[in-house]
Design a protein around this ligand. Structure first.
Ligand SMILES: NC(=O)c1ccc[n+]([C@@H]2O[C@H](COP(=O)([O-])OP(=O)(O)OC[C@H]3O[C@@H](n4cnc5c(N)ncnc54)[C@H](OP(=O)(O)O)[C@@H]3O)[C@@H](O)[C@H]2O)c1
Length: 278
């Protein structure tokens, strides 16, 4: 099994296959702490890389720290993998996700992420979610300063509106936007269209809606049957077909699902099948 998709140049220079891997779920329950079997999690990431995955997404808050640390063990600097991480959310033992865009905190987190990932420079550093308590421009400027200082190669945003994307672009070049988006949840179509206009990578998180396909469930099942595939695979194939700038990052802790997700890149939807899922 080998990944075959067309490619996208993140920030115009980091060439990746358009199907990556989301490393949020290689942690413990509720994305807190260690997974049951760390070696299996590391092995799964290695399998993904062996199959051709060259774009992996994580965040300092996954674990917190655990997902980045395991990636640091699984991925070697010469594997040719673009590692994307994020800062801007705190966790607590209740499992809450707490926005924290304070510039000093961001400057601290980049050092910790570099250490856990085992890299000199972070390929893509994303602001995880705007913080209502911190002016958005202040947080974005901190990311821009980290890029200028050489700590990170490219800056991305996550969970932003078109207005916020435009504001951020006044301060720093934005290489990617990562928002919730999938075949059954398309609230941010306008953000995707803005990314297309500016040739910004659009990373749809929750790309398979974790199997909760709502009103698209029956159509996905019918199209899946045509291709001897699963509804999850068709959801990924649809995202790849929908726009040239989408970079889905399906997350899994299962080897079988990893193989299926990679195989989804080879499923050619007919125009009719694509349109039925619009
Ligand atoms: N920026 C943000 O705010 C944000 C928020 C959430 C997530 N993310 C990113 O987006 C990535 C993906 O999101 P996600 O993990 O929430 O959603 P997802 O990729 O849509 O779904 C993952 C879930 O689906 C299951 N699954 C995966 N492949 C499958 C397959 N082929 N067949 C059946 N089930 C399958 C997984 O379980 P198994 O482990 O059993 O396969 C897991 O429970 C994350 O890893 C993270 O990097 C970002």
């Amino acid at each position: 099994m080998a990944l075959s998709t067309d490619t996208f140049d993140i920030g115009g220079e980091l060439t990746v296959h358009r199907l990556g891997y989301g490393a949020m779920r290689i942690t413990g329950e509720d994305i807190i702490g260690q997974p049951d079997d760390e070696s299996a999690a590391i092995e799964l990431v290695r399998e993904a890389v062996d199959m051709g995955v060259d774009f992996i997404d994580t965040a300092d808050s996954y674990g917190p720290g655990v997902s980045e640390r395991l990636l640091g063990e699984a991925v070697a600097p010469d594997d040719g993998v673009v590692l994307a991480t994020k800062a801007g959310l705190l966790r607590n033992s209740e499992g809450e996700w707490l926005p924290h865009g304070d510039p000093d905190y961001i400057r601290n987190q980049v050092l910790a992420s570099k250490d856990r990932l085992g890299v000199d420079t972070i390929d893509l550093y994303q602001y995880h979610r705007p913080d209502p308590e911190t002016p958005f421009e202040d947080s974005v400027q901190a990311f821009g300063e980290l890029k200028d200082a050489g700590f990170v190669d490219h800056v991305g945003l996550s969970n932003v509106s078109v207005d916020q994307l435009e504001t951020a672009r006044d301060h720093v070049e934005i290489a990617t936007v990562q928002n919730r988006y999938n075949v059954t949840y398309r609230d941010d179509e306008d953000v995707l269209e803005a990314c297309e206009e500016y040739d910004i990578g659009f990373i749809p998180w929750y790309p398979m809606a974790a199997g909760d396909f709502g009103d698209k469930e029956d159509t996905l099942a019918a199209v899946a049957q045509n291709h001897n595939a699963t509804p999850h695979q068709i959801a990924l194939a649809w995202l790849l077909e929908h726009s040239d700038v989408t970079l889905p990052i399906p997350g899994t802790s299962s080897y079988d699902h990893l193989q299926q997700n990679i195989a989804a890149a080879d499923i050619p939807l007919t125009a009719d099948e694509y349109n039925r899922l619009l």
